[in-house]
Design a protein. Structure first.
Length: 165
């Protein structure tokens, strides 16, 4: 008979998922920064790349807390979201709508991460993994702040520029 799956198993599975996702995002952000026309958007992507490096390090600490080797598990969701972002970069290259499209792609990534980190934090609380809760909460707050900053860039310039064209 198959072993009963527990919340611990689900936690570890989801941890592997977001670890894979963060490492994929780390590779995608420099491409997005290069593609962006606005200096502010380029800077936002570069800042988030530095933050994402910290997110990977925190996840490695969470793996240590649960006594497991840091290892990713293919995440078709993030692969699809990143693929959509690459399509936007190709289809809107050189147009005034590019930055608005890049922001929308980046926010799809952020919303995915916010969902994952929120769930992991909650499960860590339930499982009594208090050290993990702190690390996951720190990343969750940064992801939410990045999402808000992207909304600010969209509202302050990118959406109007895309519309005006």
């Amino acid at each position: 008979m198959a072993k009963e799956k527990t919340l611990d198993d689900l936690f570890l599975d989801t941890l592997k998922d977001i670890y894979y996702a963060e490492r994929k995002i780390l590779k995608a952000l420099p491409k997005m920064a290069r593609a962006a026309s606005s200096a502010d958007l380029k800077a936002a992507f570069e800042k988030h790349k530095d933050e994402t490096e910290s997110h990977v390090e925190r996840l490695q600490q969470v793996f240590e807390i649960v006594g497991k080797r840091a290892q990713g598990k293919t995440c078709p969701a993030i692969d699809g979201i990143i693929e959509e972002g690459e399509e936007i970069m190709e289809e809107f290259e050189g147009t005034p709508a590019l930055d608005a499209g890049l922001i929308s792609a980046a926010q799809a990534v952020e919303h995915y991460e916010i969902t994952r980190y929120g769930t992991l934090k909650r499960w860590a609380e339930v499982l009594g993994k208090n050290d993990a809760v702190k690390l996951l909460d720190e990343t969750l707050k940064e992801e939410s702040a990045t999402d808000e900053a992207l909304t600010g860039l969209a509202d302050s310039s990118a959406n109007e520029m895309a519309k005006a064209a």
